[in-house]
Design a protein around this ligand. Structure first.
Ligand code: C5P
Length: 438
């Protein structure tokens, strides 16, 4: 209890410093990342800035690199808030004169800028406090913004963080002020069950994306309708059947299928899993404006966002199926080489969560003159010594690229033509990491 109180006091002190740096400005440039966590963080900041009367221009990027610095130099000579990026690219972030950083990636050096990062006060930001939760802590110090906690928790769910540790402090407060309510159940969206199974990748099953197989599966069980409205007896039947399927693929994944389901009472899409899917899809489909509008509670964009999400999910599932047929095995990880695909992170995550949990998975995706890389592991592998952020950083630097991220989820960008050397190098690094702890 004391530990929790100490953590909260430290988080509040750090967020106050950063909030004070923000509220001095009349106008700011806001840059964030295009996944659910980055978008929720940006959404929280947009709300807090708007309520405070601070003008802002927001841009969502797929990664923080030299092109982000060029964009900033072209479009701003004032204060820049970086969300979900900057801490682990100290050299790059230091090129921005007036930056304020709200991030949860492990810092790789010291920054002169105002800087919120849970790692600075001994909290592991890869597992227990994401960027949107950091943005929420800062927003709480900028004004009456406690109602934005649902967005913070959406980011944590999007980043697959457990709502324990520092995240739990936010969750408890949100429950107390009824911003969020919890029920137990299947951790899926609220749509008709056949659509959830057709378009969702959580869980990714042998029937995912296949209308006919899903119909047979549901008809056999005698189940039809929206998940949230199924009678209890049908819900139990469905849960057992899904658990049985998952247990055959990866029993550990059952834990993430059943558990707490969060309702975001203030948001225009209240089921947290639906909301996260919309943010991720809009971000990846380069419709980040819609995602930010959703975070600013503009219900008029929800239908368009849903249509984009369906399209994105359809394409994603077809890419995952294609990737499944082309999985290659290095000594210490599995990988796939793709061409101009989207959703590389989700592909790698789906592979480790549902199909191949025993080794990390790396997706290499050639886009124009670069190869974009996403790596995903499991908490179990991290406990065994895996640090994908370090592996990505070192292996990409060895071929003239850049990379980083978290121990369990990391990425890189390398020049075209260097994939095989990258694969060999990353294989050696991961081997050392896992042997080091064995
Ligand atoms: O792009 P993806 O979702 O795979 O990124 C996973 C993590 O790796 C994110 O935290 C992202 O910020 C980080 N990353 C990075 N450098 C890159 C690509 C991704 O630090 N070039």
């Amino acid at each position: 209890m004391n530990d929790e109180r100490d953590s909260l006091a430290e988080l509040e002190a750090l967020s106050k410093q950063v909030a004070n740096a923000i509220i001095k400005n009349d106008i700011v440039r806001l840059i964030s990342h295009n996944d659910a966590d980055g978008l929720s963080a940006a959404g929280i900041m947009c709300n807090a800035l708007y309520r405070r009367g601070i003008r802002f221009q927001v841009t969502i990027v797929s990664q923080f690199d030299q092109s982000t610095i060029e964009l900033i130099e072209k479009t701003s000579n004032g204060t820049v808030i970086l969300c979900d990026m900057g801490s682990s690219q100290v050299e790059l972030a230091s090129k921005i004169k007036n930056a304020i950083i709200i991030d949860h990636h492990k810092p790789t050096g010291k920054l002169e800028h105002a800087h919120f990062n849970p790692h600075l006060i001994g909290i592991d930001g890869s597992s227990f406090l994401c960027a949107s939760c950091g943005a929420y802590m800062v927003a709480r110090q900028m004004g009456e913004n406690g109602d934005l906690a649902g967005l913070a928790l959406a980011g944590a769910i999007g980043d697959k963080q457990a709502l324990g540790g520092a995240n739990k402090l936010i969750l408890d407060e949100a429950i107390e002020n009824r911003t969020v309510t919890i029920k137990k159940g299947l951790r899926m969206g609220d749509d008709p069950i056949d659509e959830l199974l057709e378009y969702g990748v959580d869980p990714y099953l042998d029937i995912t994306g296949d209308k006919d197989k899903i119909k047979t599966f549901l008809d056999t069980l005698g189940i039809k309708g929206r998940l949230g409205e199924l009678p209890e007896e049908q819900l139990i039947k469905l849960t057992s059947a899904l658990v049985l399927k998952l247990a055959k693929q990866n029993p550990a994944a059952v834990d993430s299928l059943i558990g707490e389901v969060y309702t975001l009472n203030n948001e225009v899409v209240p089921n947290v899993f639906d909301f996260v899917n919309l943010l991720n899809a809009c971000g990846k489909a380069e419709k980040a404006g819609l995602a930010i509008a959703l975070c600013m509670r503009d219900a008029s964009v929800a239908d368009e966002a849903r249509a984009i999400t369906r399209e994105h999910q359809r394409a994603l599932i077809s890419t995952i199926k294609k990737a499944q047929a082309e999985v290659k095995t290095a000594r210490n990880f599995r990988y796939v080489l793709l061409d101009d695909s989207s959703g590389t992170g989700i592909i790698a995550g789906t592979m480790t969560r549902y199909l191949y949990p025993d080794k990390p998975f790396i997706t290499l995706n050639e886009v124009e003159d670069k190869i974009k890389i996403s790596g995903r592991g499991t908490r179990k592998l991290v406990t065994a010594g895996l640090d994908l952020a370090a592996a990505m950083r070192e292996a990409s630097a060895s071929v003239g690229g850049i990379g980083g991220g978290h121990d369990v989820a990391a990425g890189a960008s390398i020049p075209k033509g260097t994939a095989m050397k990258f694969i060999d190098t990353v294989d050696l690094i991961i081997e050392k990491q896992l042997k080091g702890k064995a």
